[in-house]
Structures are given as C-alpha cells and as structure tokens.
Design a protein around this ligand. Structure first.
Ligand code: ATP
Length: 267
C-alpha cells in the first residue's frame, strides 16, 4: 500500500528549502573530489506503528553513497514501503536514526552527522499517475508552490529548476498545456519524477517505478533512471530485478518482519 495522496503534489515549499540551497549541498561535486564524500546512513531503525504490538522494521541498517543506486527487494508485506516512508519523513522511527554523514578522502567521518529531513527527499510512490490532480502538466508540477507575493523569489528559483527538471526527464518535447492524463504510461512516470526533481532532492526514493508499464515504457523509464543516476542518489524498492540490475550499485533483501540484509540480486 502506498500513502499516495501526496504523490502528485510537490512537497510544500518551506523556508528550509531556501536555507538548504544556501548551505550544505550533499551533491557538491567539487567537494566530493577534493575532500571525500557523503552518504545516507540508516542506523538500526525500528518502527512500530502507534497502537500496534509488532515492529514492522527491526534494527534496519544500510548505507548508500551519494550518486549511487540502491535497490531493496523482498517478499510482499516485508516492510519495504514502510522503510521508504520513514526515509521520506512520512513516519518517525520508533528507534534508531536516519542521517547524512560526510567522510574525507580516506574514509574517516568528518564532523557530526546531520539528520535527514523530509525537505531533502523526493519520493515517487507506486502508480503516481493515479493521483494527478491538475488539467495541465504545468499546473500539475506547480501545484503546491507558494502563491503569496512575499514568496516571489522562491517561486523564481523553482521556475528555474522547473526547466532543468523537465529537461532531465525528457518532457521538453511536450506542450506544458497538455492534460497529464493524456500522456502515455512512461511519460506519466516522467512527470511524476519531474515534480520531485523540481525540489532538487538530495535523495530520490522510488517505489516500484516500473509497475504497470508496458515493455516500451519500462525500457524508457530504466534509461531515464540511468541518466538520473549520474546526478542523484537513488533508492528503489522493486520486484523488477532483471531490468534494474544494470543500474544497481548496492542491493538488499528485506525479509518478513523488516529485516534487511545486503545481498546480490538473484538474477
Ligand atoms: N500503519 C500500519 N499499521 C499496521 N500494519 C501496517 C501499517 N502499515 C503497513 N502495515 C503492514 O506492514 C507490513 C509491511 O507493509 P509494506 O507496505 O511496507 O510492505 P512491502 O514490503 O512494501 O510490500 P509490497 O511489496 O507488497 O509493496 C504489511 O503486512 C502491512 O500490512
């Protein structure tokens, strides 16, 4: 199940977005070359939904370096989507933490780790197109953008990023006046990705990005993810291991009860 009501809606633009753009950038290429790298660190995260008796996740840990592609696979109901929801800040871990840690060129941590905030994460849930709300592509992407006069600068920044996002998902050949529902399956997924990319997330989470697409659209989305991987840190939950295998840098199997083990893809 996916908490899909948020799918088509770009995360509300908050002051922390502007702050993030002025401050630390996880994806700063120059810094990475001269002074090491940053990575996502999920540290012994357990999760028990309020009012329930059982943990859905049990001391889940993983690390994923910036600009890497991670894939989590495993049986239905094992807790994969639950983990993505925690990473996106939609629920809070019962224990453990989710951080970004910087390292120097020889792998020593530099400074304190920072908690991963929801403003730094973009998430595309399964079947995102089911939740498109607007009549045009432009309205769909700008839905939820600040409308107040005082937010003019923020809107201007988002507009600049919009061009990049549209270009990076290959939607630039399509009129922004088109109805999102008239797009092909593959282009609907592109639109869902563009909505998230406008917010320049440090981490992009995708839940079953190939689900429900025909073979052509699946190949298109795989190629798109290959391109996005050059500039983004991507963590995917999927059952489509064979198609995604060439992109994967690290993979984990989730077992029932939310137990995560690093393991090569069984393909
Ligand atoms: N809020 C909740 N309260 C209680 N149980 C929940 C809650 N949310 C999810 N679950 C249960 O937790 C388990 C893990 O669900 P989750 O959707 O994370 O699995 P999944 O591995 O993503 O499955 P799939 O591959 O089918 O998408 C399921 O048994 C689900 O019914």
């Amino acid at each position: 199940m996916f908490a899909a009501a948020t799918v088509a809606i770009p995360p509300a633009v908050s002051p922390s977005l502007a702050k993030r753009n002025r401050g630390f950038s996880w994806s700063c290429r120059a810094e990475r070359i001269s002074a090491g790298y940053s990575q996502l660190e999920v540290r012994k995260v357990s999760y028990r939904p309020p009012g329930t008796e059982q943990n859905l996740l049990n001391e889940t840990s993983l690390t994923l370096q910036e600009k890497s592609f991670g894939l989590i696979f495993g049986r239905s109901g094992s807790g994969k989507t639950t983990l993505l929801q925690l990473l996106a800040g939609l629920s809070e871990p019962t224990s453990g933490s989710i951080c970004i840690q910087k390292y120097d060129g020889i792998g020593n941590p530099t400074g304190l780790s920072e908690l991963l905030t929801s403003q730094r994460v973009g998430i595309v849930f399964q079947f995102p197109e089911r939740y498109f709300l607007a009549d045009t592509i432009l309205e769909e992407i700008t839905f939820g953008w600040p409308r107040q006069k005082a937010d003019f600068l923020l809107r201007e920044q988002l507009t600049l990023k919009l061009q990049n996002a549209i270009h990076s998902v290959g939607l630039n050949t399509i009129s922004w006046d088109e109805d999102p529902q008239s797009l092909s399956g593959g282009f609907k997924r592109r639109l869902a990705l563009a909505i998230q990319l406008v917010q320049t997330p440090d981490l992009l989470l995708l839940d079953e990005p190939l689900a429900g697409l025909d073979w052509k659209a699946r190949a298109d989305v795989v190629n798109l993810l290959k391109d996005l991987k050059k500039d983004h840190t991507i963590l995917v939950v999927s059952h489509d291991l064979r198609e995604l295998c060439p992109l994967v840098d690290r993979s984990w199997r989730m077992e029932m009860g939310g137990i995560l083990k690093e393991e090569a893809l069984p393909v």
